[in-house]
Design a protein around this ligand. Structure first.
Ligand code: UGA
Length: 449
């Protein structure tokens, strides 16, 4: 490493913290900062503000190595850094468009503290032309200073594997105008030795929105196919395998289920549809992707109802609340809608998730006998008339099905993620329902008469 640059990270959330620690792991010195003082304090005390595998260890390692620390004053972080990554939130507004107020706020803070040449890098997912606006904002609020540049370097971190995704990315996309900005970013990522694509800023921004939209499209495609499988009598797992063996299609993101959630795919799809409309382009294809995804909850609940007949008064175990495994994140998780609807149907629920319970409790406080949080999958199943699987945590595959069955009132499992071993369940005497398999959900199998 020839240069000694200090990296700054604005925003210590799901993107900023793994990114800052990732750069520290590559040997760079990093200062992070966040407008939430409590978060800064927690991070400096070695406590990650959310669950992400490997994050805590990495945080401890680089607080100890001295290569990472969090600063309470954003201005201090701006002044100390040569390269500043904007990693703040870009939630969606009512109309689906991205709310860029935090990005503008970061740009203004940079402007107010600009004391020497800096490279500002937009890492948060934002619509095309955001880098241009960040540049304008910094110029306006710094009285026309020009000793800075703005580049775009979209993140492709998945929750649950964010550290690995940072350290072993499939690609690094850099959108920059000047040779200097390209060179600095190239050098920053050089230790990774991974494929790097250098584009203009607008294209880099659009690569990110297009990637998440395409992933959402793949999921909705497989979910529609799973509906067809149920209607026509075919098996979605075999179809996904058959499709995935064609390298032009690829095997990833063909897992049918209760749909995509999380803070990224749903909001980025909305924002991208909005961007297209603003530019006069009809991208109704993506509207359909969204509609299909939203219909998953109804579809799943119909399956539950078909298995149990009347939901009122039923005791149901819910396994998995996080929007995906290996995270405690429940933002836009299908579980939120499903649990709400089960409550409306007057079923009582026994909830279990290895990590997301605390988050879920904020929206759904415990109510004796009606909504109960459990400390294990087995405990949740106790006395239940069905187990509903909403997140594919690996531990659910490994439960002792005989023991689960012995503790349940009825041996019924409705698997919204197709993640369980059908043979093991049937061998243990379960009535097992999953997504996209007509033979298992046909008439007479699930209806309790
Ligand atoms: C997503 C992208 O995958 C990352 O590349 C991107 O960097 C990130 O958004 C972001 O923009 O920050 P993430 O939201 O962590 O990552 O989660 P995914 O792994 O994409 O899963 C999203 C949802 O799709 C989950 O609810 C998951 O259960 C669902 N899913 C995924 C399916 O229903 N089927 C599949 O085959 C795959």
């Amino acid at each position: 490493m020839t240069l000694k640059r200090q990296v700054g990270v604005l925003g210590l959330g799901h993107v900023g913290l793994p990114t800052g620690l990732g750069f520290a792991e590559l040997g760079w010195t990093v200062v992070g900062t966040d407008s939430d003082r409590a978060k800064v304090e927690a991070v400096n005390a070695g406590i990650p503000p959310f669950y992400e595998p490997g994050l805590e260890e990495l945080l401890h390692r680089h607080l100890n190595s001295g290569r990472f620390r969090a600063l309470p004053e954003i201005g201090d972080a701006v002044r100390q850094a040569d390269i500043l990554f904007i990693c703040v939130g870009t939630p969606h507004r009512e109309d689906g468009s991205a709310d860029l107020s935090q990005v503008e706020g970061a740009a203004r803070t940079v402007a107010e503290n600009l004391d020497a040449y800096k490279l500002i890098v937009e890492k948060s997912t934002a619509p095309v032309m955001t880098a241009l606006w960040v540049e304008r904002a910094i110029q306006r609020y710094s009285n026309g200073r020009r000793d800075f540049e703005v580049a775009c370097n979209p993140e492709f971190l998945r929750e649950g594997t964010a550290i690995r995704d940072f350290l072993q990315p499939d690609r690094i996309v850099i959108g920059a105008n000047s040779e200097k900005a390209k060179e600095w970013l190239r050098e920053l990522y050089e230790p990774l030795a991974r494929p790097m694509l250098i584009t203009d800023r607008n294209s880099a921004e659009m690569i990110k929105h297009a990637s998440n939209s395409f992933l959402a499209l793949k999921i909705s495609f497989i979910n529609m196919l799973s509906d067809l499988c149920e209607a026509a009598g075919a098996n979605i797992q075999d179809i996904a395998t058959g499709l995935g063996l064609d390298p032009r299609i690829g095997a990833h993101f063909l897992q049918a289920g209760i749909g995509y959630g999380g803070f990224c795919l749903p909001k980025d799809l909305k924002a991208f549809i909005h961007v297209a409309e603003e530019h006069g382009v009809n991208f109704n294809l993506l509207r359909e992707v969204e509609r299909i995804n939203q219909s998953r909850v109804d579809r799943f609940l119909r399956k539950v109802q078909k298995a149990l007949w009347v939901l009122e008064g039923k005791k149901l175990a819910v396994w998995g609340l996080a929007f995906k495994p290996h995270t405690d994140d429940i933002r836009d998780a299908p579980s939120l809608h499903i649990v709400r609807r089960l409550r409306q149907a007057r079923a009582s629920v026994r909830l279990y998730d290895p990590e997301a319970t605390r988050e879920f409790q904020r929206d759904f406080p415990e109510e004796p006998d009606r909504l109960v949080y459990c400390s294990s999958a087995l405990e949740a199943a106790r006395g239940a008339e069905a187990v509903l699987v909403l997140t594919e945590w690996p531990e659910f595959r490994n439960v002792d099905w005989k023991q689960v069955r012995a503790s349940m009132a009825l041996p019924i499992v409705v698997d919204g993620r197709n993640c369980l071993d059908a043979d093991a369940l049937r061998a243990a005497g379960f009535e097992y329902h999953r997504v996209g398999e007509a033979s298992l959900v046909g008439e007479g199998v699930g209806i309790a008469v």
